[in-house]
Design a protein around this ligand. Structure first.
Ligand code: CA
Length: 584
């Protein structure tokens, strides 16, 4: 149970903790403000040169005083302070030497992900796993299911899965599994039955006697022929869409959800293709019926298990994606816009894209509803998209793991595995060491050749090398876990004077952490930050968590922000400064 494992996550930062610097220079003229006089000194008001007794009316209004700490909110969902890791079981670890990854292999590698011991620092420290589909399926990737209640035989058995759940929970790791509600495999017995008109499952799918004149926006076909009739399959002819407006189908999908919760013990679901569930004529995505169906399904599931996580893939704009959580269709939804903006900004060395995405998510999403990532199993790997630039990859990790939302790391991202489409090549075997041919993934020939990764992109090589990407990820995960504002605080975007610089606050109401990152490949000198209004109060000290040690604190305005604040004299290429502003 997620609630029982929350206590295991506290970690201590492995990043250097420089001596705390308190900005003693900040003296807020509280007394002047309190007396209500524009000229409390009694000196004649002058408009000339300032000197002794210069008019205090020119002093800025006092910063708001800090309220007593409220402490953690009791009603935050369990996933709000998690760090997830996406696993493709087929490519993660092979326990029985057949070249195919399996559940036992994943169990054997759990200590790499989180050994459950807060005293150790040689694990990644993640506290959640998303498993790509593990039900019996026709294709290698698992998104075309043939039996929703049976574990993919290549991966193991139901007992193996229950053992995985137990071992993960033991280590403080929650597990959610991919669930494909939109379509089945063409080979699913339901569809095979449906091929016969008038059969028991005929109306579980969508049939027409003539091909409707509907296509995807790119012109590709969504109605496919079978024995003189036409069935709807959004993605391709091998994956016919279920008719979710048929109450029998809905009842079956309720039962499948309950099966994975009650019989298999999962903590939640990642719903594939969530925006495609119900079509309406030529409207193929985000129909009101889709949002309503999901909201009802989620509600029925929560009647069974109130804290089940329902996460969805809505591959769309932030404003559309946010509708799914605002309208109760999903608990949590992936933010594709921020993911691509992060990579765009790193490649262009211009903060415009990521800063705009931060503003959009700050406005669009209620608290604890957004899942963030760099890339997933459908996209060219981040290392490839960043041209193999190691410093850019480290900064990408910093932006993800100091950013808002519930972060997801795609397996292999933390060691710089590369890979471009076709899909199999972005889902290649995990590189545990530099051995051939299986890289520690398997002693046999792997089901898929290893990726085209640079030398050193493996766990053994990067383990304990303080400059490696893997150690950077481990440090960032620990840093996030040790600071509640970083873990689950809201994001407050900040204006930066330099176009290479992105800046934001993370604030949980009691504490604030400032992040300032130089996306450029040249040093930045004295970047100026402005925040018209914000969550700050009093005269904060600075506690540098990462980056240059000589950071200074802002002078907080009456609106809880700051103006022309220079947090640091110098920020190196691709360097980030992370400071706690509460002096904790
Ligand atoms: Ca195997």
């Amino acid at each position: 149970m997620p609630d029982a494992i929350l206590g295991r996550m506290t970690r201590h930062s492995r990043l250097p903790r420089p001596r705390r610097l308190v900005a003693a220079a900040i003296v807020v003229p509280l007394l002047f403000a309190a007396c209500g006089s524009a000229n409390p000194s009694g000196a004649p008001a002058t408009s000339g040169s300032p000197g002794i007794g210069a008019p205090p009316s020119s002093a800025p209004p006092a910063a708001p005083s800090c309220p007593p700490p409220r402490g953690p909110a009791a009603d935050r969902p369990w996933w709000a302070d998690r760090i997830f890791y996406e696993v493709f079981v087929r490519s993660f670890a092979d326990s029985d030497d057949d070249g195919v990854g399996d559940l036992r292999g994943l169990i054997e590698r759990l200590d790499y992900l989180n050994d459950g011991d807060p005293a150790t620092d040689d694990d990644l420290g993640v506290t959640g796993l998303w498993l790509m589909p593990i039900a019996d399926a026709a294709s290698y990737h698992g998104y075309d299911v043939v039996d929703y209640r049976t574990i993919e035989p290549d991966y193991g058995t139901a007992d193996d899965f229950r053992e995985l759940m137990a071992q993960a929970h033991e280590r403080g790791i929650a597990i959610i599994v991919d669930l494909v509600l939109n379509h089945t495999s063409r080979d699913h017995p339901w569809f095979q039955d449906a091929l016969t008109p008038g059969s028991a499952h005929d109306d579980w799918y969508l049939w027409e006697e003539t091909r409707p004149p509907v296509a995807k926006s790119d012109g590709s076909r969504v109605w496919h022929e079978a024995d003189g009739r036409f069935y709807y399959g959004y993605f391709w002819e091998g994956m016919p869409d279920l008719d979710l407006e048929n109450p029998e189908v809905t009842a079956e999908l309720d039962d499948i959800g309950r099966f994975w919760i009650d019989e298999m013990g999962v903590d939640g679901f990642r719903l594939d293709a969530a925006r495609h569930l119900i079509e309406d004529g030529d409207e193929l995505e985000n129909t009101p019926a889709t949002l309503d169906w999901l909201a009802d399904w989620r509600e029925r599931l929560k009647a069974d298990r109130p804290d089940v996580l329902v996460l969805g893939e809505v591959y769309d704009s932030s404003s559309m994606t946010a509708r799914y959580v605002r309208e109760g269709s999903l608990d949590l939804t992936f933010e594709f816009g921020l993911a691509s903006a992060t990579i765009t900004s790193l490649n262009s060395r211009d903060a415009g894209s990521i800063a705009a995405a931060h503003r959009e998510i700050a406005d669009a999403y209620p608290p604890d509803t957004v899942a963030t990532f760099l890339t997933n199993h459908d996209q060219n790997r981040v290392a490839a998209q960043l041209g193999g630039d190691l410093e850019a990859q480290k900064l990408a990790a910093t932006l993800l793991l100091s950013g808002a939302g519930v972060p997801f790391i795609y397996y292999g991202e933390e060691i710089g595995m590369s890979g471009r489409k076709p899909d199999e090549r972005i889902r290649a075997p995990m590189r545990w060491d530099a051995s051939e041919p299986g890289a520690g993934f398997s002693v046999a020939e792997p089901w898929q050749p290893l990726g085209d990764d640079p030398p050193g992109a493996d766990v053994a090589t990067q383990d304990a090398d303080p400059d490696s990407l893997l150690e950077t990820y481990r440090s960032l995960v620990r840093l996030r876990a040790a600071h509640p504002a970083l873990l689950s605080g809201a994001i407050v975007p900040i204006d930066a004077s330099d176009r290479h610089v992105v800046a934001y606050l993370r604030s949980d109401g009691d504490r604030a952490v400032l992040v300032v990152a130089n996306l450029g490949t040249e040093p930045v000198t004295a970047p100026k930050l402005a925040l018209e209004s914000g969550p700050l109060c009093g005269a904060p000290g600075v506690d540098v968590l990462a980056g240059p040690a000589d950071a200074t604190a802002p002078r907080v305005t009456a609106e809880g922000g700051f103006d022309a604040y220079v947090p640091i004299a110098h920020l190196g290429p691709r360097e980030a400064l992370i400071v706690a502003l509460d002096g904790e």
